[in-house]
Design a protein around this ligand. Structure first.
Ligand code: NAD
Length: 295
């Protein structure tokens, strides 16, 4: 049983924290929103009043926050997790944020002698609830081996992606592929409709041909061929268009900083931006097909 401080109890953090409780760990919880924190007022859980209060005496600190600015505030500010952490604590930031901020937080942790991993996830709210997330972790081998049993209580696949920041690098590269492939899949289904080719037939053929992808066979963007995909429930997420937009922005920022071209990533980002501007950012990202049909 490990003493864990969990900071950020939103859509992802709350079910992740619940799985740690189920695994028998001792939790101290903090969220700046009292409503979010109240969701987990279960016996044996300590509701903390601040980041400093939550991390006091914790062996492991886990955060699940919206973006780099929130991670900076939680870890680097006065009274933050790095200043307040117990000697020898292990820090695990599971948020999806920019690589530069992730590496800055790693440096500050190392300067205080604390082990850290950036460990963003794939799998969404469903994966968080089912403890079937994929974690991609950046940091030292020693930190990774120490974190493995904790991450395994919240996920099914835990991969060490390399040094500090490499978890975030893996996450944005993965979602760069995914964001682009989903738009390509949507374009093909819209064209098939116009050509009189039934979606079930396109699915049957392409799922066994070279057009096969996760976007097609796990997340098919039209209702019918794959009953579990969000298209069958009016594009209820899943993973929202706005979240895909956020990750593609991070990928573009990274590509720009690395001075490499990412023309399809840039185009995909603009298309998910159009989806958000059309007021559909809260729908599943496969709902981008509705925008392509309208246009
Ligand atoms: P969310 O907005 O539901 O939750 C974030 C929580 O952090 C909120 O409750 C907020 O009050 C809290 N918070 C913000 N600043 C804080 C601070 N300074 N101190 C304490 N608490 C603070 O977001 P989410 O959907 O849970 O996503 C969290 C992270 O996971 C994001 O980085 C997101 O990109 C990533 N992610 C989300 C999904 C998904 O499907 N939702 C999938 C993969 C990755």
């Amino acid at each position: 049983m490990t003493g864990i401080a969990f900071i950020g109890l939103g859509n992802m953090g709350a079910p992740m924290a619940r799985n740690l409780m189920k695994a028998g760990h001792r939790l101290a919880l903090f969220d700046q929103s009292a409503a979010a924190a109240a969701k987990l007022s279960e016996p044996g859980v300590r509701a903390a009043g601040s980041v400093a209060d939550a991390v006091k005496g914790a062996e492991v600190v886990i955060s699940m926050l919206p973006a780099g600015e929130h991670v900076t505030a939680v870890y680097l500010e006065k009274g933050g997790a790095i200043e307040s952490a117990a000697k020898g604590a292990l820090l695990l930031d599971c948020s999806t944020i920019d690589v530069t901020t992730a590496r800055r937080v790693h440096e500050a942790a190392a300067a205080k002698g604390l082990q850290m991993l950036d460990a963003p996830v794939s799998g969404g709210v469903g994966g968080a609830e089912a403890a079937s997330l994929t974690f991609m972790a950046g940091g030292s081998e020693a930190a990774f081996e120490r974190a493995r049993p904790i991450l395994s209580a919240m996920g099914k696949t835990v991969v060490h992606a390399g040094g500090p920041g490499n978890g975030q690098a893996a996450k944005i590269c993965n979602n760069l592929m995914l964001g682009i492939s989903m738009i390509g899949t949507c374009e093909a289904f819209v064209l098939a409709e116009k050509l009189g080719l039934a979606p079930e037939k396109l699915f049957e053929i392409s799922s066994r041909s070279s057009g096969q992808s996760w976007s097609l066979t796990s997340y098919c963007p039209v209702p019918g061929p794959l009953p579990t995909s969000p298209a069958n429930r009016d594009y209820k997420p899943g993973f929202t268009g706005s979240m895909m937009l956020k990750d593609l922005r991070l990928a573009q920022e990274a590509a720009s900083a690395a001075r490499i071209p990412s023309p399809l990533g840039a185009q995909a980002m603009q298309i998910y931006q159009l989806m958000e501007t059309a007021g559909e950012g809260g729908a599943d990202f496969s709902g981008v097909i509705r925008l392509l049909r309208k246009r």
